[in-house]
Write a protein that binds this ligand. Structure first.
Ligand SMILES: C[S@@+](CC[C@H](N)C(=O)[O-])C[C@H]1O[C@@H](n2cnc3c(N)ncnc32)[C@H](O)[C@@H]1O
Length: 260
């Protein structure tokens, strides 16, 4: 196939010039500079080669601050730093397969649900994937890191994906206007100090048959499922999927709540 690697599932989209464009989530994430590493040493060698000594030092400092005190302010400062320094690919490549597998799971569950809110969308690599993979969707991505949202907007513009919009917003304080068919949080709901309050506010923005969907891991899945139930959603049995993390298999949970 002349060097072209076929990756499943392929996606065929007829663009306005009636030519067939083939794209996959792998290609999409590569456009964001994400790389998959099977082994940790290879990743860290790339990281050291790519970052300047000052970036390595600053990254170490801010990483140890977040490890000591993972407060919302420190998480926001970390994400602002990563976007400002344009080192998002370096950071997110640590979880490249987790992002990919999460995106594929969510994408499948968004079938026939056009108005989508992606909470804690980071640089927008999945929000733009949901938008790209079905042009009938309107995707709204929010994150409380303003610099990350700037980055997300730039990338969406560069990729010419128009059915996605990004807002810098703390979801514990506000929710974008409108009603959504699906509200999605991948690896995000578990970081909310007052999960029940956030979920309660979000439910008010779900259409009557809309779904709320969280990709997370045990034990957070049980807590998130309970918060969905408390907010009046009908919760499906939790499902699981695997992703590779530096050659190890990691298991993730899909929590789905449906508004009745
Ligand atoms: C672990 S990252 C996950 C990013 C992305 N959803 C993914 O699956 O790769 C969590 C994201 O949630 C954002 N976040 C955390 N708390 C938030 C809040 N209160 N409001 C909005 N975004 C928040 C962070 O800035 C970060 O980008």
């Amino acid at each position: 196939m002349g060097g072209y690697q076929v990756v499943w599932p392929p996606l065929f989209i007829i663009n306005h010039k009636d030519t067939v464009v083939i794209n996959t989530i792998d290609e999409h994430l590569q456009k964001y500079g994400l790389r998959h590493f099977a082994q940790e040493p290879g990743y860290y060698a790339w990281r050291v080669r790519t970052l300047s000594p000052k970036q390595v030092q600053d990254l170490d400092n801010i990483t140890s601050l977040v490890s000591r005190d993972p407060s919302p302010e420190n998480i926001q400062a970390f994400n602002d730093f990563v976007a400002r320094e344009r080192i998002t690919p370096i950071i997110q490549s640590m979880r490249a397969d987790i992002i990919k597998q999460s995106g594929l799971q969510v994408d499948a569950l968004l079938e026939r649900r056009p108005a989508v809110l992606d909470v804690g969308c980071a640089a927008g690599y999945l929000a733009t994937w949901y938008a790209f993979s079905d042009p009938r969707r309107h995707v709204t991505g929010v994150d409380f890191s303003g610099e990350t949202i700037e980055y997300a907007r730039e990338f969406a513009k560069q990729l010419d994906i128009k059915n996605v919009h990004f807002h810098s917003m703390d979801i514990t304080q506000a929710v974008p206007d409108g009603l959504f068919d699906a509200i999605v949080g991948t690896h995000c709901f578990e970081s909310f100090p007052d999960l029940r309050q956030v979920v309660g506010n979000l439910v008010a923005h779900l259409k009557s048959d809309g779904i709320m969907l969280s990709i997370t891991h045990t034990p957070h899945d049980l807590d998130i499922a309970e918060s969905f139930q408390t907010a009046g959603l009908k919760v499906s049995p939790i499902e699981y999927f695997d992703a590779s993390h530096f050659g190890e298999t990691a298991r993730f949970s899909i929590v789905i709540g449906e508004r009745l």
